[in-house]
Design a binder for this molecule. Structure first.
Ligand code: BGC
Length: 476
């Protein structure tokens, strides 16, 4: 659902029928595009169409965090799907610009609730040795959603004048899946115990592990829950010194994820490909290609994350992303001047470079941006901490969505160097500050990770949680 929303807006905003109906000024400018390629889509309202969703998601992730702790992960996912359904139906039927923005806001609330609950749900039900891989299913389905949206856009752009309605309305399909799914899934053992339903928590754990002997793991969950229950105000606890290491890591992973520049490409790939001189059809097709690369490269991460670990994937990707962003920037700088377009060979090379970039993002910062914050907070601040990470993601996604087209207009090819510089910063961050969490049980992070790290251990002296470390040996 989240992926579909990400993938659909770029294609829709490149469709003439949609522009004529809601953004006639942008359409006029597009007709005169020969004046300046980089600036033809620079319009705050058009960007608001894309970005309003993330603003709504940002705000609602805090409410979602409360609901997640008080009522559980399952009902939170259910609420998300209800918002998604309403939003997708309204956007397909929209007649005025406010309707379309309101629909984006409803979808955004869905994203806020869904993105809070789903990664936590996955990390909590996964057995420790497969936690990375299970959690990355979240990212895998984001990429499938994006690809599905790219394909729909490709087909719908040929249907005049209402193809865009089909694009937006088909979001109700994943929304309906999520709706049904949220009714049939189980609640996580940690959430059940957290809300005093111990015996149900135990039987659920036996069920999802498929064995009777789950005592060690259950004991660990119970201890983590005990500590969680003593915390009256999780957001206040989140401000304690000992909460800073996972909080800084969780938030920065999300901020950096957005500063790779991925959404400049995900949202605006069709627009970007038009900028380098492709016709409408060819640019939509190129987005389908990058969408495919995105899905298949995520599979690499599912395979690698619990084997090679988080740090190596992130560092390798920084190198690959840096090279591709700088090369794209250099090609555009030298060869694309104002209204000219690139010759065919170079435009093809840009598509290849974009694919190399997307590929490395897809096996690193994409999935790990969600995985790491979902697994590093102790239970007592897990939902509140994760909410901060989700809302940081939304805030920076919003900023990129709102600013990218204007940035492209003003910075021109230098925008790619801007992202490349950020990639250097995040590489250094991983190198010096990010601990490896591969194979560490989720409720033993404080003892095994934070208290051992050369930098972060200095923050841990006021930690008074009761993390279930005693049984860790038995579980591993
Ligand atoms: C990010 C999205 C991005 C997507 C691309 C996700 O992890 O949060 O912002 O569009 O990956 O696959």
């Amino acid at each position: 659902m989240f992926g579909y929303d990400i993938g659909i807006s770029g294609g829709v905003t490149a469709m003439d029928d949609f522009l004529i109906k809601f953004f006639p000024a942008v359409y006029q400018r597009k007709l005169r595009a020969k004046e300046d390629n980089y600036c033809k889509y620079d319009n705050q309202y058009l960007q608001l169409f894309t970005s309003s969703l993330y603003l709504a998601a940002l705000v609602s992730s805090f409410a979602a965090s409360k609901m997640c702790s008080k009522l559980g992960r399952k009902p939170t996912i259910f609420v998300a799907s209800a918002f998604f359904l309403c939003g997708s139906l309204l956007s397909a039927a929209a007649q005025r610009i406010w309707m379309i923005i309101l629909a984006r806001v409803l979808l955004g609330v869905g994203v806020g609730f869904g993105n809070e609950a789903v990664p936590l749900f996955l990390s909590e039900i996964a057995p420790v040795q497969h936690r990375g891989a299970v959690n990355i299913l979240f990212q895998l389905f984001i990429t499938i959603g994006i690809l599905f949206a790219n394909l729909v856009n490709y087909g719908a752009s040929k249907i005049h004048p209402w193809g865009w309605r089909l694009s937006l309305g088909l979001a109700s399909l994943p929304a309906a899946f999520l709706f049904v799914g949220s009714v049939v899934i189980i609640e996580t053992p940690a959430s059940l115990v957290e809300r005093n339903q111990e015996s149900q928590g135990l039987s659920t754990l036996k069920k999802i592990r498929g064995v009777e002997d789950v005592d060690a793991e259950f004991e660990q969950i119970k201890m983590a829950c005990e500590a969680a229950r003593e915390v009256k105000d999780p957001f206040k606890t989140l401000m304690k010194r000992s909460s800073m290491p996972p909080l800084i890591i969780g938030v920065m992973m999300q901020v950096f994820q957005q500063f790779t520049g991925i959404n400049a490409i995900m949202f605006y790939a069709p627009v970007l490909f038009q900028t380098v001189g492709f016709k409408n059809d060819a640019s939509l097709l190129s987005s389908v290609i990058t969408g495919l690369v995105n899905v298949f490269s995520t599979l690499v991460s599912i395979y690698g994350v619990d084997r090679v670990g988080r740090r190596k994937l992130l560092l390798q990707a920084c190198v690959q992303m840096f090279i591709s962003q700088t090369a794209i920037g250099a090609i555009l700088l030298v060869h694309l001047k104002g209204s000219n377009s690139l010759d065919e060979g170079l435009a093809g090379l840009v598509v290849v470079l974009v694919c190399l970039f997307v590929m490395s993002f897809a096996w690193s910062w994409g999935p790990l941006g969600w995985l790491i914050p979902s697994e590093t907070f102790p239970l007592e601040i897990r939902t509140s901490g994760f909410a901060c990470a989700v809302s940081s993601n939304m805030l920076f996604t919003f900023i990129i969505a709102q600013a990218f087209l204007s940035m492209m207009c003003h910075m021109r090819a230098f925008i790619f160097f801007f992202f490349a510089a950020w990639i250097v910063v995040m590489g250094l961050f991983v190198l010096f500050l990010l601990p490896e969490t591969k194979n560490v049980p989720i409720d033993a992070m404080v003892e095994r990770v934070w208290k051992q790290h050369p930098v972060w251990k200095r923050f841990m002296d006021d930690y008074d949680g009761k993390e279930g470390v005693k049984n860790v040996g038995m579980i591993i």
